[in-house]
Design a protein around this ligand. Sequence first.
Ligand code: DAH
Length: 338
Amino acid sequence: MTEQLGQLVEDARERLLQVSCDRDMEQARIDFLGRKGMLSVMSGKMKGLSPEERPVFGKALNRTKMAVEGLFEEAASRLAGVSGGLVGAEAVDLTLPGRKFPVGSKHPVTRIIDESVAIFRRMGFTVADGPEIETVYNNFDALNTPADHPSRDPMDTFYFSDGRLLRTQTSPVQIRVMKSVEPPIRIVAPGRCFRRDTPDATHSMNFHQIEGLYIDRGVSMADLKGVLLAYAHELFGPDVSIRLRPHFFPFTEPSVEYDFSCIMCGGEGCPVCKNSGWLEIAGAGMVDPAVLEEVGLEPEIWSGYAFGMGIERIAMIRYRISDIRLLYENDLRFLEQF
Ligand code: DAH
């Protein structure tokens, strides 16, 4: 009989090892500890024993009961660990592989803006901001743009009926800053611009620029070149070289266009650089004395440089994107790659 009790404990141990949910557990409890369970059956055998045997068997029975209850407690806490402590329908099976939640990522345009701003901050620039709806004065007049300049044409620029416009460049931020802060000034202004272009692989009606402006005493073209070279190196590594080509902008004199040596072919010539070995990145130049005068800065005392980069252009080069429209279609299959 004592042997049977020992077997009962072993049976309980084995049974509980196979228990994997609360329902199994409950059934096992009924089978072993329930009113008609095995322990109950065993204690029923007490009746058939002699008065001398009874206390001995009673003790053994008690020990067995305690052992079995101990096993149930152990099994219960193991089960609670697996189900996160929840029971029934709420139980969570922590052994299942996790479910992945989609995490967003930064848009390539935002990445280039953030990276560029970080580079210019390290060189001592701060960030300035201006509105996307601008006055004709800030966007054109104060930037020394002649009244008959083609960029003013309503075919190229979005005008509001009140005469204001969607800024065509970030350059008006220059005017706002120079009118509100005393030099020395050293700012970059990233932002959205708008032009009435027909969309194609390289044109969008809506695009981004980063404007840069430095005004101080004795600023020279060499300072401009140094900053532009440092930017190129920070962005694309030390092997990139730059080239400044004479150009014309109404608000700078002299004006240049700023190119990177092609990062695809290293200057050998390839489809990306249309075999020229160079990639156009920005316009730049020394701030025209007429602009300084317009904002009340004495050209005899103050001088400075300015530049304006196309962000999409840089993003397309960096991420090998062949069509600017991909940046605005919000196709997740495209955006998830970044
Ligand atoms: N605003 C010019 C454009 O959109 C780019 C530019 C050229 C900005 C020369 C400048 C600059 O600050 O100095 O084409």
